[in-house]
Ligand binder design. Structure first.
Ligand SMILES: Nc1nc2c(ncn2[C@@H]2O[C@H](COP(=O)(O)OP(=O)(O)OP(=O)(O)O)[C@@H](O)[C@H]2O)c(=O)[nH]1
Length: 208
């Protein structure tokens, strides 16, 4: 896929209830909003980013990610709180490239080199989705063929199933990126995410 455009979608439409009243995506980590850490890392391997969020988050999200080096689009959920898979559908619908990386806004340690690897693995398939031994698929740090995944999300949503796995079931041909590949190609912390204030403090200590 060398030479082709690569885009990134940041998922941020959740209500971050475990984090408390504040929006975790905008919470400050080492002097900048959490979502900006993700945007800056994605911007090193993507030509354009799309931030997915709710209508009421748009202004703050735009301010949080602007100036990170690549053009930014914002895609707001037509129906809020429909779950991350509906957010993936909204975000990918605003993408212009054939393939796009999708990353949750709460993964500040996402490894850009690993995203490049995922783009390479996805080439010719509908998706490349990492899975660690005995864990769930890392669907919110994965690369999707945009058209296929949008269609798959819509089919799953139409049959009333909003789980991301339901969308994966609708894809024809996708690859699992295995534990061995993850160990070889990713920083060990790439999937670490922030759900609580305590986890934000722990992330801040790592960046000191
Ligand atoms: N667009 C959209 N994104 C979502 C939705 N729910 C979660 N997400 C995103 O999916 C990613 C992972 O979600 P969670 O860690 O469960 O985030 P959350 O739902 O905001 O947090 P909790 O309420 O504490 O579970 C984050 O990037 C969220 O912003 C949703 O309903 N719509």
């Amino acid at each position: 896929m060398n030479g082709k455009t690569r885009e990134g979608v940041i998922l941020g439409g959740g209500y971050s209830t475990r984090f408390g009243d504040e929006d975790k995506a905008l919470a400050e980590l080492a002097g900048k909003p959490l979502v900006r850490h993700v945007a800056e890392r994605l911007a090193t391997v993507c030509d354009r980013l799309v931030v997915n969020c709710r209508d009421d988050q748009t202004t703050d999200f735009r301010a949080a990610v602007e100036g990170c080096g690549v053009p930014i689009g914002v895609a707001t959920d037509p129906i809020p709180d429909r779950g991350p898979m509906a957010g993936i559908r909204t975000g990918l619908s605003a993408v212009e490239s054939e393939y796009a990386a999708v990353v949750a806004c709460d993964m500040p340690f996402v490894d850009p080199d690993f995203l490049s690897y995922l783009f390479t693995r996805a080439d010719g398939y509908d998706a490349a989705v990492p899975q660690r031994d005995d864990e769930w698929y890392q669907t919110t740090q994965a690369v999707y063929r945009v058209e296929s995944m949008v269609r798959a999300c819509e089919r799953a949503l139409d049959r009333g199933d909003a789980k991301i796995l339901a969308a994966l079931e609708e894809l024809d041909d996708w690859v699992t990126v295995t534990e061995a590949e993850i160990r070889e190609h990713a920083d060990p912390e790439t999937f670490d995410n922030v759900n609580t204030k305590e986890e934000l403090q722990a992330a801040a200590r790592r960046l000191e």
